[in-house]
Every structure is written in structure tokens, then in C-alpha cells.
Design a protein around this ligand. Sequence first.
Ligand code: HSE
Length: 438
Amino acid sequence: MMKPIKVGILGVGTVGGGTYTVLKRNQEEIARRAGRGVVVTMIADRDLDRARSIAEGGVTVTDNAHDVINDADIDIIVELIGGTTVAKDLILAAIAQGKHVVTANKALLANYGTEIFAAAREKGVIVAFEAAVAGGIPIIKALRESLTANRIEWIAGIINGTANFILSEMREKSLPFAPVLEQAQKLGYAEADPTYDIEGVDAAHKITIMSAIAFGIPVQFDKAYIEGITQLTQEDINYAEELGYRIKLLGITRRAEQGIELRVHPALIPARRLIANVEGVMNAVVVKGDAVGATLYYGAGAGSEPTASSVIADLVDVTRMQTADPMHRVPTLSFQPDLLSDTPVLSIEAVETASYLRLQVVDKPGVLAEITRLLADCSISISAVIQKENADEGDLVHIIMLTHKTLEKNINTAIQKIEALPVVTGQVTRIRIEELND
Ligand code: HSE
């Protein structure tokens, strides 16, 4: 067997530690697959004690990532620092040194992927990022390699474990939002900045990357529509359940007539769909291809060894592919880089969805008629209505309506008009519905 390929890890937190452990534990099997050993020879971490506690004899430890990048013996740099500042400089520096890069950095690739992939292409090196999307689920490989026969129609994913954990706990244990978030942070699933989890930003990074691979477009995080879960109430979770739906934070990208949809928001999905039953921190992605139909990928979307599983798969891929002429490697975004498409990403106003509406109204004759007339004026058709008495709220009642598909701008106009009616108190809650069956 050839001499081992040498790996330097930048950042040995949860995922870096897991990568080191799994590489060591499974080294023989990995070498049999890769055709040579895959060995960590250097580790950089700002916290030298943490790095030393992981590294064994023969592994050089440093607090300066550039020591690793500049080491002539290192073949692959694994970037697990995260963020879009230091990590970006380090990845570009590694590429400039002719190193292959494996990263789990979704924020960086969603924002600066175009620049990073171009730099890598120029130097003839590989940038691999299976661990950036849905942790241990091999969704990048599936999209990029296994589904290449298909015209992808849409992808819908539960791709933030923290948000899914919060929604599951709120529903199953009737708990409010705040304590559940705290619990998720303690379990170590949340991002360094947990607003990224609950505001949908992390999911948007991931769906942006999948969208680029599915449709052969550049990564365009700035075009993603993002709405998180902070406004969701237990009431809505319960009403959705009564109507046969479950509320999930979904990342969605879809090929529509005028362009590509790219959005993250809470959505009601039919409770009978497999993906509706993905609970806790687990992730799942449905990919609809024209030939294959809908396929579902399920697994751990975060955590030490699950994410390490993806990092190491990339290390093995790089080991196998590095000697191939760059023209004959799997293209970074599946499509040949000079054949990316300029199909526009649609603004949310141009997206059509069905909606769940909840409003609080005075219970008297003609109220429902007024509301339904307003909806009709905006060309919105209703598919279900329920009325809920609430003992605490006197003569106020909740009306819950489901609409058929309509353009976002129509529903926004209708909501404004409904909120202006004297018989309606407070704001209208609106959550999009995704049937996930077309
Ligand atoms: N914060 C992310 C999650 C971790 O909760 O899913 C993996 O990207």
C-alpha cells in the first residue's frame, strides 16, 4: 500500500474530536477503502490544552493554523473552525498552498462558495463539504452523484436539529419555547450563535448549498427567504395537529416556471408523510427527481461522530480522487463549473403556497362572511375552516382557515385587509402549508 495521506485538522471541537477518534478507531477499514492510510499528523486549535488532550504521540499540536497550512507534508486541510472570517482566510490560504480542503462550514460556502470554488479550481484542488449539510446524512453525495440522471424538481428538508428538537418538545410535552431552547443548547446541538438555529439562518445555509447542486446554479444565500420558529405558539402546533398536519421548520428549494424557489420557514406538512414524523434533533431531506420520484434521506444532522462520518467520507474521496486529472473529478456542484445556469432565484412574493391562517374575532353574525369575502376579493380559495371558543377570551373566538395555493403577494394583501376589520383583534397568524406530494 502507498504511504498514508496526511491530514491537518483546524479546530478540534465537537466535530474535530469525533473525526480524530473515528479515523483512529476505524483506521484499518478506512485504509482498505481508501487504498492507503488516512492519518492526522497536525492539529491546530486556539485552545492548546484541548488539542493536546486529543492528540497522541506523533501528532504535532499548534495554536497557529498557518503552521498546518504551510507544512509541506500535509496533503489535506480539514477546516472545522466555522464562521466566515478566519475560516475563509485559512481555506483560501490552504488552497493557495495547493492543499485539498474538507470543511463542514455551511455559512462560509453558502455565502462565499463561488469565490472558494473558483480558487480551488484554479489551483486544481478539491473542496469537499459533505459535513456542511445535514451532519451525518450523505445528502451531498446523493445529490451530486447518485441522482445525476434526474431533473431535480424540489428538495424539502428538516435540516436544523435544534429547531426540530424545539418543535418536537413543544408538541409532545406541551412546553413553551424558551426552556426547550436552553435544553437544546445544553445538549450541544445549537450553533455557536443559537439565533442561527431558531431564526432559520443555519437551515438557509444548508438549503442554499443543496439548491446549487440540485439545479446547477451558483450558491446564493443572499437570495434565500428566511423565517424562523420564534413566533410559533403551542396553540398553532395543536390546531395544526387537529387538522392532520405537523409544523416543521423546512428548507425548501423548487424549480418553478419563472425561476428557483429558495426558502426557509415553518410549514404545516401532512402528519402522514414520513418526513412529518422526524422528531428531535434528527434531520431528513426529501429529494424529488423526475425519474426516481421522491427519495428520503434520514439520520443524525449534528453531533460529534455523525458529522465526523461525513468529514471522513470526504477525506476518503479526496484520497481516491486526488491523483485524477481535475477534469475527471466529480464537479464541486455536480454540474460542470462553466455550465452553471443563471436561472434566477425567485423573490418570496413570486412563490405560491397554501396557507394556514389563525385569527381572533368577535363572535357575531356576519363576521365569517366578511372575512371570506375579503379572501375571495384577493382570489384566495378556502379549503377548511374551524372555529374554536376560548373560555378565557369572552366573546372572542379563534377562526382557523386553510387556503388553497395562492401567490404570496395575494395572501399578504388579504391579511392586511383582514387585520384592518374592526371585528378582528390582533394580528393574523399565517403559516405556509407544504403537501410535499407534487
Ligand atoms: N446547529 C445545527 C443543528 C448543527 O442544530 O442542526 C448542524 O449543522
